[in-house]
Ligand binder design. Sequence first.
Ligand code: G3H
Length: 247
Amino acid sequence: MRRPIIAGNWKMNKTPSETIKLISELKPLVAGANAQVVVCPTSVCLFAAKGAAEGSNIAIGAQNVFFEDAGAYTGEISCDSLLELGVEFVIIGHSERRQYFAETDETVNKKVLKALQKGLKPIICVGEHLKEKEHGITNEIVRMQTKLALEGVLANDIENIVIAYEPVWAIGTGLTATSQEANNTIREIRKAVGELYGERAEDIRIQYGGSMNAGNASELMGMSDIDGGLIGGASLKAADFAKVVNY
Ligand SMILES: O=C[C@H](O)COP(=O)(O)O
């Protein structure tokens, strides 16, 4: 049985003091949640986030990490630094990083391998662009991204990985895949994982992301293969995010 995981990707929003405020508001609202709850603030807010979440059921995730241990990589952040701050999860390969920061399937794979080696749990983002959807190649795109991201990953690590299916056209647009569409694509992703790892694919948690909110969370979460959500806009207010978490 896969435990649902609802993660808030705050993107480049909230300062350290705002981070503390939002987590403090969130704590009592999600205390009884069945789902695993994660918030992913910006890197400079992680320390504040960890402190604010102390004693609660809220885990902390980062939005990015680099694939080398240390060295001359100006501006990058290591797994060791994240771990020392008490970070448990790390989003890897978000479409915004692929679009604006030249993230590729190859760098995604290197980051996934390094994160796992160090003991961080990757949330790997995959998803098609609108043009790809219109060409009817959604499954090909997500299968390719999934298999390339997992190259070299050992079967034992599968339970430490989360995949987020985020159709790029649905991110921040108010458009969502229908629950059936999202479920079908997520099933296809699980099938691709199964081609690499056999029945271990049943252990991997696969989230939906893309304009998921209080209004559509319960329908999406009711689908057979959707194990959680990666929430952007609706994670920035405690009451909104709590409604998704308690879907
Ligand atoms: O990581 C989160 C996704 O990009 C979804 O963002 P959104 O909920 O604002 O559409």
